[in-house]
Design a protein around this ligand. Structure first.
Ligand code: CIR
Length: 243
């Protein structure tokens, strides 16, 4: 895993530190009422820890995505059998490319960000798969130089997004209440709402204060080492409601 992809090489991350961050994450998920299914690790696919990217899951079914990066191309084969064992309906993106990190699921729509990982063709295929599951999708842009749409935003509740200033201007959020990350803490935007708590990067103290002031309960989690691989809190799990 320490050999995973990274945009800027700040040195090989420490395996033990990542393992500790991952354990804190798992503990917090369980403490907040999530039933966790842990997948076996893979030496062959070092980025496979980031299970958010090769698939999407909804109560109605799962969608297997397609990575544009050869270094991640086999991850879909790792996750597919697990999803087939859990979902009656499993669809696949067979053309174009989409990473799950570019997909923000809201209560009534799925927002898909075009990026260096998600192509127009992949996004259009995804909209078709979503429609097959009875869901709607909207394609939008991701700010230039940002890895994934969700590097810069997260959904805090049905009507509220936590978003960086550079993405907050997007029309796609025009009907949302926006809480804007402080200029020095863009990394906080990759948060996740888990039942009654918002998981947020522990170092982002201003953001934690801001979220608390806005009435959200927070769980501060360490992610310094995982960030060296461009990972964040959303990307280490695939989350769905058992209806
Ligand atoms: C990559 O570059 O693909 C991984 N090192 C990081 C992926 C992070 N995924 C995400 O934010 N959804």
């Amino acid at each position: 895993m320490v050999n995973g992809l990274r945009y800027t090489n700040t040195g090989i991350p420490c395996f033990n530190e990542i393992a500790r961050e991952h354990t804190s994450y798992l503990t917090a998920l369980k403490k907040n009422g999530v039933q966790v299914h842990l997948l076996p690790s893979s030496e062959r696919w070092p980025d496979s820890l980031f299970v958010e990217d090769p698939a999407l899951v909804f109560p109605q079914g799962a969608i297997i995505l397609r990575s544009i990066r050869e270094e991640r191309a086999g991850e879909r084969d790792l996750i597919e059998p697990v999803l087939r064992s859990k979902f009656a309906k499993v669809l696949e993106i067979d053309n174009g490319y989409v990473d799950g990190g570019d997909v923000l699921c809201t209560s009534d729509n799925v927002i898909i960000g075009l990026s260096s990982r998600t192509t127009q063709e992949g996004a259009e295929r995804l909209v078709k798969c979503l429609s097959n599951l009875g869901l709607s999708g909207t394609i939008t842009d991701t700010p230039h130089g940002v890895l994934h749409l969700k590097s810069d935003c997260s959904l805090l509740d049905e009507k509220t997004v936590f978003v960086t200033p550079r993405l907050a201007v997007s029309q796609v959020f025009k009907n949302y209440k926006k809480i804007i990350t402080p200029e020095t803490e863009y990394a906080a935007a990759n948060a996740i709402r888990i039942n009654s708590s918002v998981f947020v990067n522990k170092d982002c103290v201003k953001s934690i204060a801001l979220l608390k002031q806005s009435g959200f309960k927070t769980t501060a989690l360490p992610s310094t080492e995982i960030r060296k691989l461009d990972g964040g809190l959303s990307c280490m799990s695939l989350r769905w409601l058992n209806l």
